[in-house]
Design a protein around this ligand. Structure first.
Ligand code: HEM
Length: 417
């Protein structure tokens, strides 16, 4: 069945369907010219992959803020990712185990956000910052001890957010490699499963995460600590999250909370090292790190598209969309919309309007972890610039094999020491 679906995609792609080409990973290295092709076809691009792609910043924002568009209930948050074809599960930020509360009634979702959001308030993030700096320095020390060359992704950008989110959740025995594997497997499934092996890996990862968090939540119920799980277990006023939702939230936070941040840091460093002047500007003033992160979120967002479904027939961009139409909101394209960002294909850390990007979305599902991701990227980029001003690329990079999540598996670098 998978082979058949792939053959269908391939045949549409050969006849010029741009979304099918995207799904077949023909443009992993640089999907942006393809997005321009989709943009040139009009505000809503009808693909034979079963989705309609939207590239305009204004229309994407409109859809995201309008409750007339839902998330896709039947695929997101199930243990079984969608088969190859339409990017059905892309609305889960990066996996998400049994995060069905994200797809439930609007009131349920708002209640869930009210209970989870306090963990990501400014004061909390300031508390996590010190620890993030310690972890960043420790990782660089270890990488440099092994010699001047290291892999920016596996030695730094990946273990940093894994360690931070694990500590936040109160996971004591962190196995960085195992967690990186979970991130890879769940992230890859967002594009749709491409082989039996991939389906098995996904099921195993989901099962292991579920078992780990069930045990953790029960332990914290008996012995509360100073961690996010204990916070989630505490009632807030009359409200408390059911145990199954806390377990689902932990899985979601773990998988959504590091893969994306790893990609943000890797994408930003890759860009800076290809544009020496902007790297040197950061080295001269590491306080520019938040601006670099913001421009990188615009220029090369870790989440490239998000899926929404039309609840009742409506009009969008002059096109009638029947109920059930699946929309693919191409965030990577919206972030380079020339109507919003002048000279959009130029990476420019001094751009005043970079913050208007949709990398964290907009509306009801705006990324809960955005303040944490911004802080981690700020720390990672400023520590790198302060400690390794001579940092350079030192070999071939490898990209993550997904169209929905954009990032790197490897980026060999030399510290210049
Ligand atoms: C939602 C991006 C980091 C937790 C989202 C969504 C996007 C996104 C695009 C919306 C998905 C959709 O509805 O289609 C990113 C990026 C990150 C990042 C680019 C890093 C650069 C984090 C971190 C955490 C996190 C660090 C938590 C530790 C979540 C959660 C949601 C979410 C819980 C679901 C929110 C809801 O549906 O109400 N993120 N994220 N994210 N993100 Fe992030």
């Amino acid at each position: 069945r998978l082979q058949y679906k792939r053959a269908v995609l391939w045949s549409h792609a050969r006849r010029g369907d741009l979304v099918c080409r995207l799904m077949l990973h023909e443009h992993l290295a640089d999907p942006y010219p393809l997005y321009e092709g989709i943009r040139a076809e009009g505000p809503v691009y009808r693909s034979r992959a079963g989705v309609q792609a939207v590239t305009a910043h204004e229309l994407c924002g409109q859809v995201l803020r309008d409750s007339a568009f839902g998330r896709r209930n039947e695929d997101a948050g199930t243990a079984e990712p969608a088969a190859d074809g339409p990017p059905a599960a892309a609305n889960a930020p990066a996996g998400g185990g049994n995060a069905s509360f994200l797809d439930g009634e609007v009131a349920d979702h708002m209640r869930w956000r009210r209970l989870v959001a306090p963990a990501f308030r400014t004061r909390k993030i300031a508390e996590y910052r010190h620890r993030t700096e310690e972890v960043a320095h420790r990782l660089l020390d270890a990488a440099l001890d092994r010699g001047g060359d290291f892999d920016l992704v596996t030695d730094f950008a990946s273990p940093l957010p894994i360690t931070v989110i694990s500590e936040l959740l109160g996971i004591t025995d962190v196995d960085v490699d195992r967690f990186a594997h979970y991130g890879l497997v769940t992230g890859r499934a967002i594009d749709g499963v491409r082989s039996v092996r991939q389906a098995t890996e996904f099921r195993e990862a989901a099962g292991e995460l579920d078992a780990m968090f069930t045990a953790l939540v029960r332990r914290r119920r008996d012995e509360p600590g100073d961690d996010l799980v204990s916070d989630l277990l505490r009632p807030q006023g009359d409200e408390r999250l059911p145990e199954q939702e806390i377990i689902g939230t932990c899985q979601l936070l773990l998988t959504a909370g590091f893969e994306t941040t790893t990609n943000l840091v890797s994408n930003a460093v890759l860009r800076l090292l290809s544009d020496r002047e902007q790297w040197e500007a950061l080295v001269a003033d590491p306080k520019l790190a938040p601006a670099v992160a913001e421009e990188s979120l615009r220029y090369d967002p870790p989440v490239q598209y998000s899926i929404r479904v039309v609840r009742d027939t409506l009009h969008l961009g002059g096109v009638t969309l029947p109920s059930g139409t699946v929309l693919m909101l191409v965030l990577g394209a919206a972030n380079r919309d020339p109507d919003v960002f002048p000279d959009p294909h130029r990476f420019d850390i001094t751009r005043p309007d970079a913050g208007q990007h949709l990398a964290f979305l907009s509306g009801a599902h705006y990324c809960v972890g955005a303040p944490l991701a911004r802080m981690e990227a700020d720390v990672a980029l400023s520590v790198l610039a302060e400690r390794l001003p001579e940092l350079r690329r030192a070999g071939r990079l490898r990209r993550r094999p997904t169209a929905a999540l954009r990032g790197l598996l490897n980026l060999p670098v030399s510290s210049g020491r």
